[in-house]
Write a protein that binds this ligand. Structure first.
Ligand SMILES: *Cc1c(COP(=O)(O)O)cnc(C)c1O
Length: 339
């Protein structure tokens, strides 16, 4: 594999940490697999998360194209938007964000507050009518802002939602290499890798990495938003583009990038009771903070699979913590009641 240049943004490798008290709380060795947490919430870059790995390749590409500003989109509490704003600052670029909000104006808290502190040029537009889809009619606004920036002599580089491009996915091919080295080091052979799946670039990269390395561990992506049919098509395309960049002879089919749709709840960004339980359980057993939009729902799936005996005590599971804790502060009401 030959990776394109990367602009350093993340503190790597991130720790891979045992969670023995969580295992105990879920029934101990008899009933619950060994659980290890891959701490991608500790990548650094303005409170960390999975987008730091993606942005290393995306920002390098933007700089290679001599961009002067990056434009991206997401929900008002987008971690991707917050980390893009921080990455742009590190790279000496300007950053414009088009953010969707269900309620106008959105509360200036969590990620949105951080976008403001980082000095991003923020434009808020109303969210889509479909509650399962996170992003609405923001494409027109992005086009308008690209045109304005270009007219002013700037060179805008547009980063799609979640940074889920082939460049972004490369970050998670590399993460799979990093994980594999940690497995060898610890002399473990995990059976499953659990993670939250949104725009699915993380899953595209992990899947490609796992196939390229002949990994034995099964990937379990837990969906946090709908649109499965469209997303499996996109994720496989992104994975195959990334494979071409790496010059490797691997093809990913749409049925290899599916997710478990059972934990989305009423909508993207709305925490379920199981998500709130997962957040307080991990906090109170391991002192680790999950988030209410992504990792809380992925951990709720893992907990449910243990309780439903879909996982066994002799197995080993890795939970990829993809970050997102700043969004906790945008869900004070639900978290206070759910605790
Ligand atoms: C973006 C994000 C994800 C999902 O990653 P995708 O590549 O968009 O599927 C998971 N967890 C957190 C905290 C995120 O910010």
């Amino acid at each position: 594999m030959k990776f394109p240049v990367r602009f350093p943004l993340a503190s790597l490798p991130t720790p891979l940490q045992d969670a023995p008290r969580l295992r105990e709380a879920l029934g101990g060795k008899e009933r619950c697999p060994r659980i290890l947490i891959k701490r991608d919430d500790l990548t650094g870059l303005a409170f960390g998360g999975n987008k730091a790995r993606k942005l290393e390749f995306i920002i390098a590409e933007a700089l290679g194209q001599r961009a002067t500003t990056v434009i991206t989109t997401g929900a008002a509490q987008s971690n991707h938007a917050r980390m893009t704003a921080a990455a742009a600052r590190v790279a000496g670029l300007e950053c414009t964000l088009v953010l969707t909000a269900a309620r106008m104006p959105p509360d200036m808290t969590g990620n949105l507050l951080l976008d403001h502190i980082l000095g991003a040029d923020v434009h808020v537009v109303p969210a889509s009518e479909d509650p399962t889809l996170p992003f609405g009619a923001d494409a027109a606004k992005v086009e308008e802002l690209v045109a304005t920036a270009t007219a002013r002599g700037k060179r805008p580089y547009v980063i799609p939602v979640g940074g889920s491009t082939a460049f972004g996915a490369l970050g998670y091919v590399l993460a799979m290499l990093e994980l594999t080295a940690q497995f060898v080091d610890r002399e473990i052979a995990p059976d499953y890798l659990y993670f939250a799946s949104g725009s699915r670039g993380t899953q595209a990269g992990l899947t490609l990495g796992a196939r390229a390395l002949n990994a034995t561990c099964t990937l379990r992506g837990i969906a946090v938003s709908g649109g499965e049919a469209e997303k499996i098509g996109r994720a496989s395309r992104v994975a195959n583009e990334a494979a071409a960049m790496l010059g490797i002879d691997v093809r990913i089919e749409p049925n290899e990038v599916t997710t478990d749709q059972g934990y989305i709840g009423p909508a993207y960004g709305v925490p379920t009771p199981a998500c709130l339980e997962a957040i307080s359980l991990l906090a109170r057993t391991e002192g680790i903070l999950l988030d209410p939009v992504y990792t809380g729902k992925a951990m709720a799936a893992l907990i449910d699979h243990v309780r439903a005996r879909r996982l066994a005590g002799h197995e080993t599971v890795v939970f990829l913590h993809t970050g997102g804790a700043p969004a906790l502060f945008a869900h004070v009401g639900a978290l206070r009641e759910g605790g």
